[in-house]
Design a protein around this ligand. Sequence first.
Ligand code: ADP
Length: 446
Amino acid sequence: EDVHTDIVVVGGGGAGLTAAIEAKENGADVLLVEKLPILGGNTKFATGGLNASGTRFQKLKNINDTPEKFIEDTLKGGKYINDKNLVRILANESSKIVEWLTKYGMDLSDVGRLGGSSVDRAHRPKGGYAVGEQLFDTLEKTAKDLGVDIRIATKATKILYDGEKVTGISVKTLDGESYNIYAKSVILATGGFGANQDLVKKYRSDLKGFGTTNSPGATGDAIELLKDLNVAFVDMKEIQIHPTVIPNDNHLITEAVRGNGAILVNKLGKRFVNELATRDVVSQAELNQRNHVSFLIFDENIRKSLKAIEKYSNEGLLTQAKSLKELATALHINANELQKTIEKYNSFVSNGKDEDFGRESMKFKIEKPNFYGIQVAPAVHYTMGGIKINEKAEVINIDGQIIKGLFAAGEVTGGIHGANRLGGNSLTDIIVFGKIAGDSACKNLK
Ligand code: ADP
């Protein structure tokens, strides 16, 4: 049965839930549709952290960070093709959203290092609660407490447009029921297209056959939904592959394992890259190794420093051994070379200087038994490209004009991350721009 509301949000991941919360807090009537029978999207799978600069949690740890550094790291990581205005907002709003989430009960007090960041900036819960899960739980609870009308198993199939402005959406439920939701503002938060092999192949034939870490909902529906509205899409070719995914099983190993001290070696037992370089650089270096085979290697101290590794252990993903030699044998790596590599790496840790690859953060020597290894390979992880938006999260068409009543936030949008997204920047993106979309959608009601 057709319904009327102020604002309809399409997509129940982090960006959609945030937009819904913000709009509801501003007093609007909000309905959110999610096509899958569960909420959460890719957001729920996030493992690295939420990047923010100048936060009180950084200050407590004497980490000296500023939005300017955050902007520079993000632009550099994105190869300077990012939309600078959007990046500026991302960085400037970042510490405020840490407070905003903390207010709703989220714990972001632990701060760690992810690739491409010049300082420790990735905020995450202490004590093992994965950041994506806790973020999702916090947002879902908040949205439900506030009374957002959430409809799962309900897919947006069409955007309604009267020639002047967007007037709502058509939906179809998993039970086969179809109806219209009329609204003054529509917020698109449908995520990326990393799980749509045909689209990935269309934009990047070189990624044919790659695995993906994505939620099954990340199929790029926005492209089809917007095809009659002449919406501008940017950077569609920019697809991120994540360097540490377990082959065939698509299990992502968080970048924080490297951030906390793990190294990468090839079958010869040799390091081949600065493990904390950006994801595109590390992935390419892995693809340059013979048979594309590489391994994360770490020791007991590193294992203990990160709760996520405990989970991997329980899931049976770690190869474990009492000595490096045994580990090398178990993983079919050259044992002598591995030993030499680690001796050399440990001397770099002592001297505070990685003479081979210039890695800046080396938190532990690899010396304490047990020793651990995980075979990893790159897989499709994130689509940087998407809908062009302005600073108000308004959707822009190919003539550079806004489409009245239509807003977008999160992975469905393009421009913020340029040619390569830094680990930790997607969570910042979805909260900062989810809030902006919620605010703008409310202003449109007046
Ligand atoms: P973001 O991080 O930008 O919030 P997510 O991947 O976390 O992106 O969430 C996007 C959500 O949108 C997913 O849960 C996905 O299933 C949902 N979605 C995608 N297409 C549609 C659609 N056509 N109708 C309703 N929900 C959709």
